[in-house]
Design a protein around this ligand. Structure first.
Ligand SMILES: Cc1cn([C@H]2C[C@H](O)[C@@H](COP(=O)(O)OP(=O)(O)OP(=O)(O)O)O2)c(=O)[nH]c1=O
Length: 205
């Protein structure tokens, strides 16, 4: 049977759903990339680096694994997609909360304010790695401390950048969004599709 040439280096169920939503067939790869912002590393550089690291770790994983079956069964070249999402408020990077206090700290910063959600998408193969960064502005209404604690107890914020999910209960905190909704959820659909097309064209030159 012919295999797909697309690999998603992500454990995020959101990214799997989003990529499926635009009709891309893929296999999932497990990669382990340390997510640690360097001193003086700006938010756009950091999120882009993580997406690139995930995609390139995926390429390395493919090379290390003996998947002769895949290599012989496909005429197409392979590509690996990696992505990363961070929330940025006043230059400060907010990743996943470590506990309830951290979640309340993040939501207190975001309450009544506008912040940026940066999602970087990277496509890589053995010869190249392309990265695209998509930034979306999100405005929150005021959130009370009681609401923040109640929200934590729903379990929703614990694995989300900035400690919220726009596609979930936290949708009620959002008064305005300017940019890509799917990028906030984890993968900018329009930009991802275009990047895949351009990458595939480059591979086939
Ligand atoms: C802001 C926001 C983030 N998120 C999610 C998207 C990402 O999955 C997560 C940010 O963490 P990431 O480190 O970008 O991704 P991940 O650890 O979930 O998955 P992987 O690294 O394996 O690809 O936050 C939402 O689902 N909704 C939101 O509104």
């Amino acid at each position: 049977m012919k295999q797909t040439n697309m690999y998603l280096a992500s454990q995020s169920p959101r990214r799997r759903e989003l990529l499926t939503q635009i009709g891309v067939a893929f296999s999932v790869l497990s990669v382990d990339v340390e997510e640690q912002q360097q001193v003086d590393e700006l938010a756009p550089d950091y999120v882009s680096r993580l997406a690139r690291d995930k995609a390139q770790a995926g390429v390395a994983a493919l090379n290390y694994t003996n998947i002769a079956e895949i290599k012989t069964n496909t005429a197409d070249k392979q590509m690996v997609l990696g992505a990363d999402t961070i929330v940025v408020y006043a230059g400060l990077v907010l990743e996943k909360p470590i506990d309830e206090a951290d979640s309340v700290r993040m939501l207190s910063l975001l309450s009544g304010q506008e912040h940026q959600v940066m999602t970087a998408v990277a496509l890589a193969d053995e010869s190249r790695c392309w990265v695209e960064l998509v930034t979306t502005a999100v405005q929150f209404r005021e959130i009370s401390t009681i609401e923040m604690h109640d929200y934590w107890r729903t379990g929703e914020p614990c694995d989300k950048a900035g400690s919220y999910a726009i596609q979930g209960i936290a949708g009620k905190f959002v008064s305005h969004i300017s940019g890509s909704y799917s990028a906030v959820v984890g993968l900018p659909l329009m930009q991802t599709e275009q990047l895949i097309q351009a990458f595939r064209a480059e591979q086939n030159k």
